[in-house]
Design a protein around this ligand. Structure first.
Ligand SMILES: NC(=O)c1ccc[n+]([C@@H]2O[C@H](COP(=O)([O-])OP(=O)(O)OC[C@H]3O[C@@H](n4cnc5c(N)ncnc54)[C@H](OP(=O)(O)O)[C@@H]3O)[C@@H](O)[C@H]2O)c1
Length: 273
């Protein structure tokens, strides 16, 4: 029987590519997204089922689980991929955006895990692959405190769950990418202010960096991340944490060898002077 993977946030970027790659390799794919009516490519691939799922709405997760199991019999792997980025000086960020960062990147993942655990427990098998970030292990760009917070939280959540899920034969993995081409940059919410000038310099420099990263070819080929997810899902890579991308590896090496303040000052230099 073919294996089945369910991916959240399959409408664009890493999720979309991951869905196509697994389908190409013979897996059944539940490609879930908030607005399946907008999808034009994945629904033409025979072993992909495009299903509505908003990770902030538990009832859609339950329905998506039922639809996937009815289509494919069971789920073997869940990729918690859906995520958003709230950037900007914390003082300038709207309360609603702070809540949204947590609601999607942390509570959304919790919602998905809690919904699928009964299924995984019943079959005494299952694998969660959580898409973290280098920003879950270290700050890597100024004005990312909220995104950092959310991805650090995902690290704690995933590590903390290990003990209770291991005896049930449910595996957990974290993928920690650096910068890879996707819609992530275009989807970032970036807070600015017309009246508070104290953050103007750092805001304009970080914004310029984020804009430069949006250009095609400016960041690395996302298939490296997709291949990492594939190796984890198929059991070839058994690591709990996999760091992906030269930029991520460099940041984490610098963080390891430098005293923290030297590391932070080095990282922040080009954004503050
Ligand atoms: N690309 C990178 O450089 C990079 C680096 C490190 C980590 N990551 C992580 O990789 C993951 C995928 O991001 P990406 O780079 O592929 O960015 P992306 O192209 O912006 O994709 C994000 C996906 O998340 C979905 N999403 C947002 N809110 C959702 C919700 N409430 N329920 C379900 N889906 C929701 C989006 O769907 P809609 O189309 O409906 O908005 C979209 O499909 C994220 O967790 C991100 O933090 C990316």
């Amino acid at each position: 029987m073919n294996k089945t993977i369910l991916i959240t946030g399959s409408s664009t970027g890493l999720g979309h590519l991951t869905a196509k790659h697994f389908a190409k390799n013979g897996w059944n794919v539940a490609a879930t997204m908030r607005s399946p009516e907008k999808e034009t490519e994945l629904n033409k691939i025979p072993n992909i089922k495009v299903i509505k799922l908003d990770i902030t709405q538990p009832e859609t997760i339950k329905l998506a689980m039922e639809e996937s199991i009815s289509a494919f019999g069971k789920i073997d792997v869940i990729v918690n991929n859906a995520g958003i980025g709230m950037y900007g000086a914390l003082e300038l960020t709207a309360d609603t955006d702070i809540d949204k960062q947590y609601a999607v990147n942390v509570k959304g993942v919790i919602n998905v895990i809690r919904t699928f655990l009964p299924h995984f427990r019943e079959q005494r098998a299952g694998r969660f692959i959580n898409i973290g970030s280098v920003m879950g292990l270290s700050t890597a760009l100024p004005l990312g405190s909220l995104y950092n917070m959310s991805k650090f939280a995902l690290e704690g959540l995933t590590e903390g769950l290990y003990f209770e899920l291991k005896p049930l034969n449910i595996d957990l993995h974290l993928v920690e990418p650096g910068g890879f081409e996707s819609n992530f940059g275009a989807n970032i919410t970036f807070s600015k202010s017309d009246t508070i000038k104290d953050y103007d310099i750092i805001t304009s420099k970080v914004e310029a960096t984020l804009n430069a990263a949006k250009k095609q070819g400016a960041t690395a080929n996302p298939m490296t991340v997709v291949n990492t997810i594939y190796d984890l899902a198929s059991g070839k890579n058994k690591n709990f944490r996999t760091i992906v991308g030269k930029d991520a590896k460099t940041v984490l090496l610098l963080r390891k060898v430098l005293p923290i303040k030297n590391f932070l000052n080095l990282l922040g230099k080009k954004f503050t002077s």
